[in-house]
Design a protein around this ligand. Structure first.
Ligand code: PMP
Length: 443
């Protein structure tokens, strides 16, 4: 019997004992190819020397000091590095320990910004129905994952939701991509007008949706329209790149490919690449200045913020991504993976859509390709695929997401950036074998 309160209380999990590159090994000596970076975390694989050395050096000098008393060399250098990499006026980074904390900080910053600006009536958030922003109460309130929200509904705070950008399901026949993008983005304007622009603080969205859709990029022009609408009504734009940021899509930030700049961007997972827990909200000058020149104090904090060990790991991770030119590697490997998947899995009768950006790829499962009818939720396809994949020595991230009352099944692939081409072949062939045996259970 285990004394660890595992999330899946009855799951029989193998015990991991070591990692080498893109592989993990359990206590029985069985090897697993990490095809999803855990949850898009392990971007540099599991044994990256430069990151390990950076952590060891930090441990030797100073592992921890409370931010109420000290700053540290690593947090200062990491914030400077992020400010250099982020465009425009995104110059100030608030470090926390994970994605949900980063989102909570962003939400509260948005609120304090308007309080400082003398607009305390601005108090409403708008988000999208297909989204995941974390499990803490604030982040869960703006998130749109019904299954995760359901038991907690009475204790969530009010948030408003609009349609996601989900062309595979929503784009109408004959409707151009741009017309579709504008139609769904304009839902934001309608919602702002319905609530009254004077009441709305911020809109939050993932540039590439992750945990509720495998991986789902927006269509051309969608985020540009969103940016225009936010500007028109003095609504802050928070982009949640906890999963898709830090190089995962082939640019350092996913929003760079959308031609826009948010007011706050949240990152986590890949920032420490799993070597240390760390998250961050990277903030526009105007928000920082309003708080710094207003009360001079952001009314929010955590004991472990700016943790020197976490910042050391993240600095080494970010430097590695840039110095080793991993952004272009991600782009190249992403194209290779996409074409291998299309070839190997595309013909299978239950593969509806394969999509994504860089090494952030989603596969949507359907029961009928033509009608795009989702697999019935009773198939529990995500569970069957995960268990078959683990048997075959593959980690992939199958999920069941509910949107507008309909459950869809998706698989996320997000392998480490250091994956080699022949290892992509191994990933695809293990996934195909796993799908064939899992689908035999539901077909
Ligand atoms: N935002 C997004 C977009 C995420 O994908 C996640 C985690 N899947 C979170 C926030 C929450 O991050 P964490 O699990 O580190 O709290």
């Amino acid at each position: 019997m285990t004394h660890v309160f595992h999330r899946h209380c009855h799951a029989q999990l193998p015990t991991v004992v070591s990692g080498d590159g893109i592989y993990l090994t359990d206590s029985e000596g069985k090897q697993y190819l990490d095809g999803c970076g855990g949850a898009a975390v392990s971007n540099l694989g599991h044994s990256h020397q430069r990151v390990k050395v950076a952590i060891a050096e930090q441990l030797e000098s100073i592992p921890y000091a409370h931010t109420g008393f000290f700053t540290s060399d690593k947090s200062e250098r990491l914030a400077t590095r992020l400010a250099e990499l982020a465009p425009d006026a995104l110059n100030h980074t608030y470090f926390v320990s994970g994605g949900s904390e980063a989102v909570e900080a962003a939400l509260k910053m948005a609120r304090q910004y308007f309080v400082e600006k003398g607009k305390p009536q601005k108090s409403q958030f708008i988000a999208r129905r297909q989204s995941y922003h974390g499990n803490t109460l604030g982040a869960l309130s703006v998130g749109g994952n019904e299954w995760r929200r359901e038991p907690f509904r009475p204790i969530l705070s009010a948030a408003h939701h609009i349609a996601p950008c989900y062309a595979y399901r929503d784009q109408q026949q004959g409707e151009s991509e741009l017309a579709y993008s504008h139609r769904v983005a304009d839902e934001l304007e309608h919602k702002i007008l319905e609530l009254g622009a004077g009441n709305v603080m911020a809109f939050i969205a993932e540039p590439v949706v992750g945990a509720t859709a495998g991986a789902l990029p927006a269509t051309e022009g969608y985020f540009q329209r969103i940016r225009e609408i936010c500007d028109r009504y003095d609504v802050l734009l928070i982009l949640d790149e906890v999963m898709c940021g830090i190089g995962r899509t082939g640019s350092f930030f996913a929003f760079e490919q959308e031609g826009i700049v948010p007011d706050i961007v949240t990152v986590a997972k890949g920032l420490g690449a799993g070597y240390q827990p760390i998250g961050a909200a990277i903030v526009h000058d105007k928000i920082y200045t309003a708080i710094a020149e207003g009360s001079g104090f952001f009314q929010h904090g955590h004991t472990f913020m700016c943790h020197p060990m976490a910042c050391a790991a993240a600095l080494a991770t970010v430097d590695t991504i840039i110095d080793d030119d991993l952004l272009s590697v991600v782009e190249r490997r992403g194209e290779q993976l996409m074409s291998k998947l299309n070839k190997a899995l595309g013909p299978l009768p239950y593969i509806g859509d394969i999509r994504g950006k860089g090494l952030f790829i989603g596969i949507e499962l359907v029961s009928d390709k033509l009608s795009k009818a989702p697999l019935p939720s009773k198939t529990q396809a995500h569970k069957a695929i995960k268990s078959e994949a683990m048997k075959n020595g593959l980690m992939c991230y199958p999920m069941a997401g509910t949107i507008d009352g309909i459950t869809g099944h998706h698989i996320l692939l997000a392998p480490p950036f250091i994956i080699e081409e022949r290892q992509l072949d191994e990933l695809v062939s293990k996934l195909k074998v796993s799908l064939l045996s899992a689908s035999a259970q539901w077909m």
